[in-house]
Structures are given as structure tokens and as C-alpha cells.
Design a protein around this ligand. Structure first.
Ligand SMILES: N[C@@H](CCC(=O)N[C@@H](CS)C(=O)NCC(=O)O)C(=O)O
Length: 228
């Protein structure tokens, strides 16, 4: 059985959504971050940078969200094209794109000190990171608008869950209206948010992690803040 090491409302949610959607049994093990769980040698053996998530699998521990999604979808033959199937290259391309160009700059917004040496970051770095996020989302929205099987607004996909969970995090970075995500700028992703949050997998994950039912379209309906 898979073992998912998680904290609520983090990148581990992406993996949990995909495991639920695939119908795979898994055990979810909470990480006690306040007690230094990310630095514990046992956890570092699973994820050497002490980041969330880590997934224990029959072939050993896997870290990096994109790698986990590629492995799970390939192993279980769903939510993304299998190796050799049409669209496989496109899926991998946009999966890596999301990791480098959306996930990474969001981490820069959460942890500017890791990139700038300053606890609050400098204004230029923060503005550049926000612009990178917006550029990536616009390109992902245009891709989803073409409705490829592996990233269509009206069907579940590993990449869809990845992008929509990352969009949840935007609620932390809108100083004037922290609960507003401007979905009007991303109409295909907006449709995807409504489709995917209604699925049993998303409902199960929202309940498990104490999140609101409109997990993607109205991320501030729940009381929590993303825990990146
Ligand atoms: N590159 C990693 C980043 C994962 C990530 O964003 N993890 C966050 C939680 S959402 C984390 O571990 N934050 C704590 C830290 O970096 O110290 C991945 O894709 O899995």
C-alpha cells in the first residue's frame, strides 16, 4: 500500500487527489512540522530536502510532485497518457513546465529568503515571481482551452489536479483581497476547477484535510491557509 507523508493543504494534496481518483489504497501519515518533522532523519531519508510530499511506493520512496504524478498515472494507466500513447510527450512537457514555471515561483513567494537572503524578499524578486506565475497560468489556460485528454476542463487529469492545487495558493498572495483568485483571466482553468472539485475524489480529500467543498473555485471558503 502507498504511504503518503503529508501536511494539510500542501503539495501533498495533489498526490492525495490523484491517489483517490485512481482508487488506490494509501495510508496518510501526518508530518509534525512544528516538532521539526521535516528535519527528522527518518523523513530526510524519504525526501532529502525535507519537503512535502513524500510517497512510499513498492519501488521505494518517491519525492518531487511531478515525478510522483508521472509514476502514479503510468503505473495505474489513468489520468495521463501512458508511455507510447498519443499525447504522452505533450503531457510530460506541460508537467515539467508546471513544476518549473508555476510551482517553483510560488515557492519563491512563500520562501523569498531562500532566493534573496532577505526575510521579506526584495520587491523586484516578488514582482518577478508573481509575473512568472501569471505567465505560466496564462499558458496553461490556453493549453487547457484546447481540451487535450490529459488536461481538459471537463475531465479529471493528473496535471489538472496539480495546477488547480497550486492555484489555491494564490489566495496567500493577493494583498488587497486575499480570497480572490481572478479566474476570469483563466476561463478554461475556471471550468476545470468547477468540474474537478465536484468529483468524489476532491470531496474526499477536502473532508480529509478539513477544507471547504469548493476546494478550487473558492479556496477561502475554508478557514485554513495553504501550508507550503
Ligand atoms: N519541488 C517540490 C516542492 C514541494 C513543496 O512545495 N513543498 C512544500 C509544501 S507545499 C514544502 O515542503 N514546504 C516546506 C519547506 O520547503 O520547508 C515538489 O514538487 O514536490
Amino acid at each position: 500500500m502507498y504511504v503518503l507523508h503529508f501536511s494539510p493543504d500542501t503539495a501533498a494534496l495533489i498526490v492525495r487527489l490523484v491517489l483517490e481518483e485512481l482508487g488506490q489504497p494509501y495510508r496518510a501519515v501526518p508530518i509534525d512540522r512544528a516538532a521539526g518533522g521535516l528535519d527528522a532523519p527518518g523523513y530526510r531519508a524519504l525526501n532529502p530536502l525535507g519537503q512535502i510530499p513524500a510517497l512510499e511506493t513498492p519501488e521505494g520512496p518517491i519525492f518531487e510532485t511531478a515525478a510522483i504524478l508521472a509514476l502514479l498515472s503510468e503505473t495505474h494507466g489513468a489520468l495521463a497518457p501512458r508511455p507510447g500513447a498519443p499525447g504522452r510527450g505533450d503531457f510530460l512537457k506541460w508537467l515539467a513546465f508546471t513544476s518549473f514555471n508555476l510551482h517553483a515561483p510560488l515557492m519563491g513567494l512563500f520562501y523569498p529568503e531562500r532566493y534573496t537572503g532577505s526575510a521579506t524578499g526584495n520587491a523586484g524578486f516578488l514582482a518577478t515571481s508573481r509575473a512568472r506565475v501569471e505567465t505560466a497560468l496564462a499558458l496553461l489556460d490556453a493549453t487547457a482551452a484546447g481540451a487535450p485528454d490529459w488536461f481538459a476542463p471537463d475531465r479529471a487529469s493528473a496535471l489538472g489536479y496539480y495546477v488547480l492545487v497550486l492555484m489555491r495558493w494564490l489566495k496567500s498572495f493577493a494583498p488587497d483581497d486575499p480570497c480572490h483568485i481572478d479566474f476570469a483571466r483563466y476561463p478554461a482553468l475556471a471550468r476545470m476547477a468547477l468540474t474537478l472539485e465536484a468529483r468524489p475524489a476532491a470531496r474526499a480529500c477536502a473532508a480529509a484535510e478539513g477544507l471547504g467543498a469548493a476546494i478550487f473555485s473558492a479556496p477561502c471558503a475554508d478557514a485554513s491557509a495553504p501550508g507550503a
